[in-house]
Design a protein around this ligand. Structure first.
Ligand code: A2P
Length: 321
């Protein structure tokens, strides 16, 4: 299978990229350098990860005129944070990410979440009681502002992240520049909600619309700060044992291969050189249909990031429609 997907924009996006969410300052530069050295040509970033400047330091050594790789050989993504949804803030936010990364354009710019937070410098603006301060800016207005970034040559393509099926359709219906990617939390199927599964099916089936699905947290994000110690670890799931032996691959490689065989792009995060290297070695084997189905049967229909609000004393899905 090809190691690239062709997006509806015509761009070729490598099917495995390096994730940088949770990669700590002091570690992420080396992680990006290791990734580029061992063949990664796709790095996934976001303003909200707080480490774009350090990613930029690594890119400055490797990518661009007179460097090891021409700019057009590396696919670079960043994301617009929720406090920058006001159409007046969008271009400045994009330019800030570009400056931090040391780039003149992004290959892909995603709206990180459908809902907007109160404008300002606070990444997570909160009231005194700790609740998040949302804003009423609609994602459609934000989308239109993002479209003008393509017109200005600041980004090659735009897309979204964490959008549900209805929101995905909504964007498609109003878009002048169609979304090329929806990046969602897709931890194999161990933790995929049925709602989220619908989004994926919509994206995968609507070939004519060609919204590519990218999986964040493909390995289960065991390093997320709020992970519960009692939660079963995806990579240590004993059911993976026989499969890893059959193919002589690690659990992470089997899981990544499962995504790729379904046409889903993966952005595993690692700051460990041997793992960064290992996570790219997933194109020299194929899982059988039976093994694909077995992994699919791990589904527990759960998500660990669900944007929600308190309403009448209950936590409900915050659906910014
Ligand atoms: P580390 O960064 O210390 O190498 P996800 O991409 O789903 O968010 O998962 C990231 C987590 O998975 C991190 O804790 C990362 O650890 C770990 N990880 C990444 N690649 C591998 C691998 N090949 N084997 C085991 N753990 C891995």
């Amino acid at each position: 299978m090809n190691t690239f997907v062709t997006l509806s924009s015509g761009q070729r996006m490598p099917m495995v990229g390096l994730g940088t969410w949770k990669s700590a300052p002091g570690q992420v530069k080396q992680a990006v350098l290791t990734a580029l050295e061992c063949g990664y040509r796709h790095i996934d970033c976001a303003a909200a990860y707080g480490n774009e400047q350090e990613v930029g330091e690594a890119l400055a050594l490797w990518v661009g005129p007179g460097k090891i790789l021409p700019r057009e050989e590396v696919f670079l993504t960043s994301k617009l944070w929720n406090t920058k949804h006001d159409p007046e803030d969008v271009e400045e936010a994009c330019r800030t990410s570009l400056a931090h990364l040391g780039l003149s354009y992004l290959d892909l710019y995603l709206m990180h979440w459908p809902m907007a937070f109160q404008r300002g410098k606070e990444v997570m603006p909160r009231r005194e009681d700790g609740s998040i301060c949302y804003s009423d800016t609609h994602y459609r207005d934000t989308w239109r502002a993002m479209e003008s970034l393509i017109d200005k040559g600041l980004v090659k393509a735009i897309g979204m992240s964490n959008f549900n099926a209805r929101q995905t359709d909504d964007i498609i219906s109003i878009a002048r520049h169609k979304p090329v990617v929806n990046q969602v939390q897709l931890i194999t199927v161990q933790l995929v909600s049925s709602k989220l599964w619908n989004v994926i099916l919509i994206c995968l089936k609507q070939i004519s619309l060609a919204v590519c699905v990218t999986a964040y947290s493909p390995l289960g994000s065991g390093d997320r700060p709020w992970a519960s110690p009692d939660e079963p670890s995806l990579l240590e799931d004993p059911r993976l044992g026989a499969i890893t032996q059959t193919y002589h691959k690690t659990p992470a490689q089997v899981i990544l291969r499962w995504h790729i065989q379904r046409g889903v792009v993966c952005i595993p995060k690692s700051v460990t050189p041997s793992r960064i290297q290992q996570n790219l070695k997933v194109f020299d084997f194929s899982l059988s249909q039976e093994d694909m189905k077995l992994i699919e049967s791990f589904n527990r229909s759960q998500r660990f990031i669900v944007p929600s609000v308190e309403r009448d004393g209950k936590r409900v899905w915050r659906d910014a429609g």
